[in-house]
Design a protein around this ligand. Sequence first.
Ligand code: SF4
Length: 432
Amino acid sequence: MGTSLRELPILEVVAPRLRPASAPVPERLPQPRYEPTPLDARPHAAEIAEWLEVAETTPLLELGARAHALRLRKAAPDVVTYIVDRNVNYTNLCVTDCKFCAFYRRPRDPEAYVLPYWEIGAKIDEAKALGAVQVLLQGGHNPYLLLDWYTGLLRYIKEHHFIHVHGFSASEIDIIARVSKLPIDRVLLELHDAGLDSMPGAGAEILVDGVRDVIAPKKIDSARWIEIHEAAHELGILTTATMMYGVGESLEDRLEHLLKLRASQARALARGRGYYTAFIAWSFQPLHTAMEAWDVRLGSGMDYLQITALSRLILDNFGSVQVSYVTQGPKMAQIALTFGANDFGSLMIEENVVSAAGTNFIMPEREMRRIIEDAGFRPRRRYQDYRLVEEDDEGCPCCVARWRLRAAHGATGAGRPVSVAHRAQGPSTPLS
Ligand code: SF4
């Protein structure tokens, strides 16, 4: 059941990004032309050239072996971790019209919804009963929801549930800031204070604006995505980073994406507060999307293994690389565990976004553990910051520390316990 929506002028606040473009892309062109930026005009051009040579001249199995050797040094060699959580898509109403998305509904579509707080709470109750230690909140860019709705939701969750809240991608943060007419750091601070514990890396797609202009022209650009993550890191908020490939991008684009992330992580680690915990790549799933008819080369299994291996090698300052069994299937995920990945991602009790595009590899926990064991590793449950779940835990350790400190200082926000736990803990796996 959805709540009633207030009437707000939508187009006024969510006009498409304006970017000078040499070759504007018509809105309804079924096969848009995309001209990749010349290598020497790209950021990180020299490193892209080096990695391009590695990618093009190294046999895939050798690339995987190199990545696996690094993974064995960076994470417990015999363990593959995963987290038990539930995705809650609090709204599917969105005005950003990404051409790769099958999940969203436009305003006034009868299927558009906003979940009321109680229904989100009921989903969390179900998830906790199944052992979930985290809820992932993600939704469309809903211009009817102001910052107060989000802070109200977070306070409601924290009042009724002791659970880690991982939520709101950079582009959701951007839309909250735009409709609420507030700066990003204020929005992040208020969300964090109300109960947001960490942030997912969704919305990155390919962090190259030439690609974004074709597949998601209304979405934030790559610099804004990075700016928002770095603002979160500044507050001590841990985030993840993602890539959705197979949307017509070049190998240079993928490498530029990874090198931008490595540079951003280097800045985060130098500041010593929040940072990226993990990188996750998945391939574009075309069914039911506007891009279904486009003539783009979709990601192959070989692409997935190459991206996994390259991400492990290039992101040598990231602690973890996750597989995406939801898009690649369990067998490919097993192989990826020897191509640089050390984490199986989340046991999603509910998932609506990828499944809307026709892909559904959701599995029960015992099956996930069997798949990990069959690949030669010990499965271990973890928390969002990659600490392992132990039997005598009181709950998510970062939340325990954060909310104990809050209780000690009162609930007014004085002595706000933002990054204390993470500063003390640091990355969960050694960083080079
Ligand atoms: S990917 Fe997100 S922002 Fe883009 S259309 Fe879908 S719900 Fe909206």
